[in-house]
Design a protein around this ligand. Structure first.
Ligand SMILES: [Zn+2]
Length: 293
């Protein structure tokens, strides 16, 4: 069944957890291109996908967050965009089979339209190349994630809507001030996101990264104030990263994150997973909490 039909029938879906921090655990070195691992370390990448499927994920992502030409060119891999994205989706599809969903991950380009780094056409074309390769590799969803600028997110969503048959999700990264007002790095509020992303054609909106799970409840509430019907996806970090002895530490335990799931669902989130620092154990605990909620 199409994911949108499942959501229409009231299903709550479990997504997956972190890929970046998981790849580092498997030996990805700083300065190494994560997406090249889809070719050079295929079995390690597949192992990540399988770990999340075993934990109960209904949706798994792909190792393609930095797979746009803009990011790959930093490694001299600009000629391999299609190959690396197609491989990313193929690995996740192979692991997921046909019953579960594969969401092709599209992260920010690192370029800013506002600063004149790039033109709209260049950005759109770059995202087109990435999303069509992800669909070709087997993705049935495109997830545009960790976005902070509305113009860039809109172009990525449009590229996916206009050039693939995939369901399109967009999630942005917010941080809150002490009054509970949430904005992206570029000053976008959750309310502004919903309006602009619906206009661009997104089927599902939400938030990922930046926050632990508790703040995601406030963000979901802000989205719901603006729109009562669009499905909301939330992928929280295992807390805000702390740097201790030169290492990044995420403090939210699987149990702690799971304890917020009932409230998150009540507020209106219907696809829930994790971002940085979350592991298959976090996903498993969240899945259990969903069944009970
Ligand atoms: Zn994250």
């Amino acid at each position: 069944m199409n994911i949108l039909d499942k959501l229409k029938h009231g299903k709550i879906l479990l997504s997956d957890g972190a890929w970046g921090t998981f790849l580092q655990e498997k030996g990805l070195k700083p300065g190494e291109c994560p997406e090249l691992w889809n070719i050079t370390h295929r079995s390690e990448v597949r192992d990540i996908a399988e770990s999340y499927l075993l934990a109960g994920s209904d949706i798994i992502e792909t190792n393609s967050f930095g797979g746009s030409i803009f990011k790959l060119s930093q490694y001299g891999l600009e000629g391999r965009v299609s190959e690396l994205n197609q491989a990313a989706a193929a690995i996740s599809r192979e692991a997921a089979g046909n019953d579960r969903h594969v969401a092709g991950s599209v992260g920010p380009s690192g370029k800013m339209l506002l600063m004149g780094d790039i033109t709209e056409n260049e950005l759109y074309d770059g995202f087109c190349q990435q999303v069509t390769a992800l669909e070709k590799g087997g993705a049935d969803i495109i997830i545009v994630e960790t976005m902070s600028a509305l113009d860039e997110a809109s172009l990525a969503v449009r590229a996916a809507r206009e050039n693939t048959k995939c369901t399109v999700i967009v999630t942005m990264t917010f941080s809150g001030d002490n009054k509970g007002d949430f904005r992206t790095m570029m000053g976008v509020s959750p309310e502004e996101m919903v309006i602009a992303m619906k206009e661009a054609g997104a089927h599902i909106v939400g938030s990922n990264c930046g926050n632990g799970i508790e703040d995601m409840i406030s963000i979901t509430r802000a989205i719901r104030r603006t729109d009562n019907t669009i499905p909301v996806m939330i992928q929280a970090n295992a807390g805000i990263p702390e740097y201790i002895d030169g290492k990044t530490v995420f403090r939210e335990s699987p149990e702690m994150m799971a304890s917020f799931i009932p409230d998150l669902i009540k507020t209106g989130a219907s696809i829930i997973g994790g971002c940085c620092g979350t592991t298959p154990e976090h996903i498993r605990a969240m899945g259990r909490a969903m069944v009970k909620a």
